[in-house]
Design a protein. Structure first.
Length: 218
């Protein structure tokens, strides 16, 4: 899984990245909020400092929560209760004070990933095995192409959130040039394979002039 560290303390970020990589994670790093926003593709968890050169981690968290529910763990030398309350109140999932124990941070990262990305996810009669990249509907395995599964993964990771077409395009195809109908075709194929009534989908719904939403019961 991919973890993004957003911290202008290069030395601490490097040590933290080494620890996470030793545990099997893929790690990206960003020094500023602007840089971080360019590295969000396929990120599963964010470690976010509060003090950044171009703003605050609080502001960035608020912005991210308008677009995604990726787990966010604040990492900060600011240890006042008011900072912790604010961080958790605006959408942060956890708050770890610097200097932190790498073992403790790793344990918290793993805990949040287990909660947010269980190996299997069920949506009505649809069962998705994330690690095995397999999908079953009513117990019968359904073949999805690589791009179809990648697209479904983006929907699952952003369930019940409106996803702009541009994000789907970027996350699945990397922003590479292709026919404008490519996304539409893949959405139609997913509906045909997963929905009981593709013409009136229960899960993969179009949001006019914006994109799509993957609706599942909370």
């Amino acid at each position: 899984m991919n973890i993004l560290i957003i911290d202008d303390d290069a030395d601490l970020a490097a040590v933290t990245a080494d620890c996470l990589e030793d545990a099997g994670f893929t790690v990206r790093s960003a020094v500023t909020a602007a840089e971080a926003l360019k590295k969000l593709d396929d990120v599963h968890l964010i470690l976010l400092d509060i003090s950044l050169p171009d703003g605050t981690g609080f502001d960035l968290c608020r912005q991210l929560r308008q677009e995604t529910q990726i787990p966010i763990i604040f990492i900060s030398a600011r240890t006042r209760d008011t900072d912790k309350v604010e961080g958790l109140g605006i959408g942060g999932d956890d708050y770890v004070a610097k200097p932190y124990s790498l073992d403790e941070l790793l344990a918290r990262v793993k805990a949040h990933l287990r909660r947010s990305y269980p190996a299997r996810k069920n949506f009505g009669n649809i069962e998705v095995d994330i690690s095995g990249r397999k999908v079953r509907r009513q117990g019968v395995e359904i073949f999805l192409s690589q791009k179809e599964f990648d697209l479904l993964s983006v929907f699952i990771n952003n369930k019940n959130t409106v996803i702009p077409k541009e994000k789907l395009w970027s996350d699945v195809w990397g922003g590479s040039e292709s026919e404008p109908s490519t996304l539409t075709v893949h959405i139609c194929r997913l509906r045909e394979k997963l929905e009981e009534n593709p013409a009136n989908p229960k899960h993969i719904k179009t949001v006019h002039r914006v994109g799509y939403i993957f609706e599942v019961p909370v």
